[in-house]
Design a protein around this ligand. Sequence first.
Ligand SMILES: Cc1cc2nc3c(=O)[nH]c(=O)nc-3n(C[C@H](O)[C@H](O)[C@H](O)COP(=O)(O)O)c2cc1C
Length: 314
Amino acid sequence: MSAADLGVDLLGTRLATPLLTAAGCGGTGRELEPHLDLTTLGAFTTRSLTLDASPGAPAPRLVETASGVLWNTGGQNPGLQGFLASELPWLAQRQVRVVVSLAGGTPGEYAELARRLGNAPGVWGLELNLATANREDHGRRFCDEAYHAGKAVAAVREALPRTLPVLAKLAPGPGLVDVAGVVARAGADAVVLVHGAPGLAFDPTTWRPALGTVAGTVSGPAVLAQALRCVWQVHAALPQLPVIGAGGVRSGFDVVQMLLSGARAVELGTALLREPAAPVRIAEELREELLRHGTTDLAGLIGAGHTTSRGEPR
Ligand SMILES: Cc1cc2nc3c(=O)[nH]c(=O)nc-3n(C[C@H](O)[C@H](O)[C@H](O)COP(=O)(O)O)c2cc1C
């Protein structure tokens, strides 16, 4: 059997691989370039961008835990102007497919960012980081309230050419399936699951909270099982809605698990922090996984975990 082709169709584009980078974990792209040919990625996702530059949260912003990292960058980023002036042109020059992650404090801010990025060269899609505090809803996160998540997506959709993919990134929560349905109806072309889980850790020397902001988000292996369940639930309820899985993926088998749960592509985050060339190794492992199971049909895996070997829905 010949080597498995890892190509996937996502939102009207044939990607050479289902592996994308996750927001905030690949730096500006420059940090990854020495380790990785960025054009071999399905796409590169930027850190979340706000209208104005943000200095971010007090240090420490990232600490290791037993099974992943706890982080709160506080949304540090160069703002729209800085991004357009120095980060996007660098990526566009390299012909990297770019997903720009957006973080607004109101639906209007998401729309304004989208309007100004919609026609920018190199932008393949916009990912709305909806695990962001909504100033119009007492600082609650957009993704925790279906109505507000839908409002942000609808505002972006109105501001954009129809052809530009809009991805809505959500965090685990009891209303996840409802939120996914509402953002899809509001115009999201895909959902990204998940942003991470809430967490906290202490410093063993000082006995004080280890993170500058006290609480933060857990990423890495600790959230893989949670992410798989989220992908499974949303795919079961909304099988036509493309899902991009994220959370703790660090091997070819982890990618297989995401695909079986219903993901069409996968974002790699924490894995890049320790091993910037992880996409190369994981792609190779994915190929080996497929061949070991006697298949070259990657697309055939998407959602295949939802049927038993007898073909009955579970
Ligand atoms: C240091 C760090 C920074 C992150 N920054 C962002 C960000 O700017 N926007 C965003 O939507 N997610 C951000 N994330 C979340 C990741 O994109 C990803 O959804 C999450 O970490 C789960 O995937 P992983 O376990 O593979 O890291 C960040 C994660 C880490 C560890």
